[in-house]
Write a protein that binds this ligand. Structure first.
Ligand code: SF4
Length: 214
């Protein structure tokens, strides 16, 4: 795709998204930071809807790091199979639960550096947990929707998530990173699709440098 030449003014983007999705929130179901961590690991290459179908039974049987850390891989695999890449996800979930028990008293840590020591946790997952479970804006979540929208809106020319995150953090107010992230994801899921975005119906179109060009 051709990158946009101009960029949407940040203040107008923030206002527009706020108006469109005042109630935007994380669409994964969870009751604790640990459950959000697991749900986010499961959401790789999978829809939140699908993840929310498997987590009720998974969390009923293994609600916290203590229970999860002694689960057998086969038990987890059979419960999460439909989310895809289930062997690798099982390895990461069990590994994370064990590290939480060994190094963090079974609690999910609240810093980026500590979260990154958990198996299967990279910056995206860590940012989801920090922003949504703890209300801490240490970084900006960059998932597939946010990467795509950031490029289309002219907020970045990068494709590497770490560089996209750097660009977003530089342009958007830190105290709103988490809520802006949720709103961008909602817009990506409801209007600015990967294929055939609905520019004609998009409220951001007047300011979007990619309107009608994708
Ligand atoms: S739907 Fe079109 S106009 Fe709206 S943000 Fe996406 S590319 Fe821009």
């Amino acid at each position: 795709m051709a990158f946009a030449r101009k960029k949407i003014p940040a203040a107008r983007l923030i206002k527009g998204l706020q108006k469109l999705y005042p109630e935007a929130h994380c669409e994964l179901d969870f009751k604790t930071p640990f459950q959000l961590l697991v749900a986010t690991i499961l959401s790789a290459q999978c829809t939140d809807k699908r993840v929310n179908m498997v987590t009720p039974e998974l969390f009923r049987r293994f609600p916290d790091a203590a229970a999860m850390s002694i689960a057998k891989p086969k038990q987890i695999e059979s419960l999460i199979k439909s989310t895809g890449f289930f062997r690798n996800k099982t390895k990461n979930i069990l590994g994370a639960a064990r590290v939480l028990m060994e190094d963090f008293d079974g609690k999910v840590p609240e810093t980026m550096d500590e979260l990154l020591t958990l198996p299967g946790v990279a910056r995206k997952t860590a940012n989801v947990v920090l922003g949504t479970a703890f209300g801490k804006n240490e970084g900006f979540v960059v998932d597939t929707h946010i990467a795509r929208l950031s490029q289309r809106l002219g907020l970045t020319k990068e494709v590497d998530p770490v560089k996209i995150e750097r660009d977003l953090c530089a342009q958007l107010p830190r105290d709103q990173w988490s809520e802006i992230g949720h709103r961008l994801i909602w817009h990506g899921r409801r209007v600015c699709y990967a294929r055939n975005p609905e520019c004609i119906a998009c409220a951001l179109a007047p300011d979007c440098p990619s309107a009608g060009k994708v």
